[in-house]
Design a protein around this ligand. Structure first.
Ligand code: GLU
Length: 308
């Protein structure tokens, strides 16, 4: 059997929305007999000390994982191998565009709104050499489709835009869409459960994974994971929950008289599952019965029903 995963970015403390997604990823993996892996996505936005706090909070609500947590910053070989394979197949090109260049460029005919207009796709060798002298290049994928369809356990068939997206940023760091595909393939992950804010990026990732699977090298023959994009948690104004929404981290809630086991129970109950230890919810967990709409979190207090 394969593995599921939770892949937080260590940009700060987790809030109840992040924790609910982690609980769901754990339930999906464990209820199907999969391993559960923890990957720290620290190529970008890593803040000192955040990883330790995040892992401690996950443990405090009963989430366990197989093997040590891995950090993206310690796995450059996989990204290199993928970049080399794409380069060897002629599928990468240098791009010198700024955000502003892209915003101001006329969009290509038939291109989806927001899609990269292809400005640097046809630059010749001399042009590239002179542009390199003024600005480092990002690397974009030369795609031959404009959309791709993935299958999601909760959303069914989902078709979304694929453009010539960036795979290596112009500071040399692998872009999220490349790193996530590489790591999931190399870690043997066959089930990706995460927040549904990432659903629109998934066709790009599915396309890239399929492309790599068809090339010679480390990724040859790898299969697309099963996807499950779960609803986000919103604040009482209907906006995506954020740290500024008050008491939303385990530490703050604990301070307000709501200890981690109670937070866990309330998260499980928000999913229609019995409160208590995570393992006790496994028998009643049924992805088909999950609420598809976002959960509105207006705060827990010692008076919240179910808190006694
Ligand atoms: N690191 C991403 C985040 O925290 C999640 C990426 C993923 O699960 O694919 O939003």
């Amino acid at each position: 059997m394969g593995a599921g995963r939770y892949a937080p970015s260590p940009s700060g403390e987790l809030h109840v929305g992040n924790l609910r997604t982690a609980v769901l990823a754990w339930l999906f993996a464990r209820s199907t007999g999969r391993d559960f892996l923890l990957r720290v996505e620290d190529l970008d936005r890593a803040r000192a000390g955040a990883e330790e706090l995040q892992l401690a909070d996950l443990r405090a609500i009963g989430i366990d994982w197989d093997g040590p947590a891995v950090r993206q910053s310690e796995r450059p070989e996989g990204y290199r191998a993928a970049i080399d394979a794409l380069e060897a197949a002629g599928l990468l090109y240098e791009c010198f565009c700024t955000r502003r260049d892209i915003a101001e460029a006329p969009s290509a005919p038939h291109a989806a709104p927001g899609a990269y207009p292809g400005t640097c796709r046809g630059l010749g060798r001399a042009e590239r050499a002179s542009r390199r002298a003024t600005r480092p290049a990002a690397l974009r994928l030369r795609t031959d489709v404009v959309q791709f369809t993935i299958t999601d356990v909760l959303h069914g068939e989902y078709t979304g835009v694929v453009d010539d997206f960036v795979v290596v940023r112009n500071d040399g760091v692998p872009a999220y869409n490349l790193a996530v595909v590489v790591d999931d393939a190399l870690q043997g992950i066959d089930q990706v459960v995460r927040g549904d804010d990432l659903l629109p990026s998934t066709p790009r990732q599915g396309y890239l994974a399929t492309l790599l699977s068809g090339l010679a090298g480390d990724f040859h023959g790898t299969e697309l994971p099963e996807y499950g994009h779960v609803p986000l948690v919103l604040n009482d104004q209907g906006r995506r929950l954020a740290k500024r929404d008050g008491s939303v981290t385990l530490a703050q809630l604990d301070h307000d008289g709501v200890p981690p086991p109670r937070v866990r129970s309330l998260l499980l109950e928000s999913l229609g599952l019995p409160g208590g230890p995570l393992a006790a919810a496994l028998d009643s967990f049924d992805p088909a019965g999950l609420p598809l709409e976002p959960w509105v979190f207006g705060g827990f207090t010692a008076d919240t029903p179910g808190m006694q």
